[in-house]
Write a protein that binds this ligand. Structure first.
Ligand code: FMN
Length: 67
């Protein structure tokens, strides 16, 4: 089983996606294996040893995909 970092994100207008891609890019520059995926597509964490989650607030509530 390989190990990797999952950077999961929820977004409506793409700014959180851009932040997720920036984080993933920096981690890759450090030689780490990183997957970047929308959290709504994540079904299992098999092989992911570290998870980074990012989501925006809308009207004081987390983005619906992070609930
Ligand atoms: C209708 C609306 C409501 C928002 N409500 C909040 C809020 O309650 N708290 C907050 O910190 N930011 C709020 N924001 C700012 C968003 O969280 C911010 O624009 C975020 O970067 C959007 O992420 P996304 O581009 O990945 O969808 C709101 C933005 C909009 C358009």
């Amino acid at each position: 089983m390989s190990s990797s970092i999952l950077v999961g994100y929820a977004t409506s207008y793409s700014s959180t996606l851009e932040v997720a891609e920036a984080i993933a890019g920096t981690l890759r520059e450090c030689g780490l294996a990183v997957d970047t995926r929308p959290v709504r597509e994540v079904r299992t964490l098999t092989g992911d040893t570290v998870v980074v989650l990012g989501a925006p607030l809308f009207m004081f509530h987390w983005h619906k995909d992070i609930n």
